[in-house]
Every structure is written in structure tokens, then in C-alpha cells.
Design a protein around this ligand. Sequence first.
Ligand SMILES: Nc1ncnc2c1ncn2[C@@H]1O[C@H](COP(=O)(O)OP(=O)(O)O)[C@@H](O)[C@H]1O
Ligand SMILES: [Mg+2]
Length: 290
Amino acid sequence: MATGISTGPDGTALGPTGRPVKEFPVPEFLDGHGPARIISLCNQKGGVGKTTTTISLGAALADYGRKVLCVDFDPQGALSAGLGVRTHDVTTVYDLLLSSRTDPHTAIQPTNVPGLDVIPANIDLSAAEVHLVNEVAREQILAGVLRKLSGEYDVILIDCQPSLGLLTVNALTASHGVLIPLESEFFALRGVALLIETIDKVRDRLNPAIELDGILTTMFDSRTLHAREVLERVVEAFGDTVLDTVIGRTVKFPDASVAGTPITEFAPDHPAAKAYRQLARELIARGAVA
Ligand SMILES: Nc1ncnc2c1ncn2[C@@H]1O[C@H](COP(=O)(O)OP(=O)(O)O)[C@@H](O)[C@H]1O
Ligand SMILES: [Mg+2]
């Protein structure tokens, strides 16, 4: 997972995005916590690294002293499993959506990473769209829930399900920013236009302040020409929105998920763990996270 894969005309090292390699400073610790910036990790395609990024970025930000809440917003519950928390006989995000009287604090579980908490989900959440469809202000329900927690965290990361349905619209309506993980594979680009159209509609109708914080290339294999060409096309299409940090393809992620531990804890010196710490520093440097 090399970062400098070529050199420019004047001999400067170029990263995989074709831009000069940047160093992002280690951030200062914060004096206090909150209010949180809320970021949705969103892509209607499955298997692109949304959940892996939510877990690994959340853990990396917590390592830098940020107070982080990860919200599992996918009925598959992969985020909850990857962070090793219980999903049954506990309060889940589904309960919070259905009853505004449930205190959202009752759903929060700590993880084995200090400073990283999670609100779990399980398969019950798949019924939420049907239940919410007749609610008043049905797109704003998650926003109302997270408002009650915002003061205690620096960042809230929402792991969206692979769809652009009502749950994802709730996540976008609750968010200040969106991070789009994009697998470096040719057809991955196709869905992004539709996703950006959805974000634009949410901005027009529900959440004027929402920003696209970045597009994150995941599962990048620098040895293949194909991956490099795809990344070149992504940078051509989206410019500076494409983050400098690129996540390489590695089998360490499935191993870390089985262990129920973020990669930054499971294999802290692995290049993938370093890449997610760089992502945390890049987002702080860009002002997407305090
Ligand atoms: N950089 C990577 N390299 C290799 N495998 C990865 C990488 N990121 C994620 N994976 C694996 O790919 C699968 C899908 O990732 P996941 O984060 O669950 O995607 P999504 O949430 O978008 O569906 C998981 O098995 C995960 O362990
Ligand atoms: Mg997922």
C-alpha cells in the first residue's frame, strides 16, 4: 500500500491521487467536547467499505482524543458486530426512531476503544421504513434523536445501509457532512451521480447546510493499472473532493471484523491502520472534524 507511487516533473513524490503527497499534522487534543459534527457514511452500493470506514475512522479519531459516537443505521448490524457490542435484548436505534420518549442515552454502549461509543442496530431496523412512512416529519426523526446527544460528542458517524430510502434520507437530514467511500473499481463510479443527486435534493428540501466532506477511495490496489485508472477518473470528475488518503486492499479487515475490534487496535502498525489514522488527520485538517 505505497503512498508515493510516482514522481512529478520536479521530482516531488505524487500520491495515488496524482497530487503531491501531503503530511497531515497530528492534531492537538481538545479542551472540551461537543457540539458534535454529524457525518453520514453513504453509498447505495454494498461492500464498498462504509462500515469498515465508520469503525476504523471512529477508532482513529478516538485515539486522537475526540469523543466519537458511531450509529449503526443498517439492519445488517455489521457495525455493531465489528465493534463487538450486543444487538439483542438492548435498546437499539430502531427503538429510538419509534418512540421519541425513549432517552437515546439508554441505547449507547461503550466499546473497547476509550472515547468510542456506539448505538447498535439489528434486523428490527428493516421494519422502520414501513413504520415511519406515515409519521409527521418522517425524514427528521433521526435528527431529533441525535440532537439530544450532540453536546457530549465531537463527532457522530452514521453508518448508512446500502440504499437511498427513507433511512438514508433520515441520516442525510441529520448530518452536517457526507463521506462517500468508493471502491476503486470501474463500475463504482456509476452510482455516485445518483447519490450526489440525492444529497442535492436533501439540501434543497430538508437540510440546506449539508456538505459533501469527501470521497474516499477504498480497496485500492496500487499494483493494478485498473485501480490507478479508476482513481484518475474519479479525481478528474470530482477534483479536490477526492481525499488524498487512499485505503489499500488488504485481508486484515475481515480478520479485524471477526475479532470485533477496529483495525487500529487489531493491527495498529499495519498500513491500513496507518491509512485510517491519516484519514482522521486529513478530516481534522480539512475542518470536517474538530
Ligand atoms: N480496504 C479493504 N481491503 C479489503 N477488504 C476490505 C476493505 N475494506 C473493507 N473490506 C471488506 O469488504 C467487505 C465489505 O466492507 P464493508 O465495510 O462491510 O462495506 P459496506 O459497509 O459498504 O457494505 C467486508 O468483508 C470488509 O471486511
Ligand atoms: Mg455496511
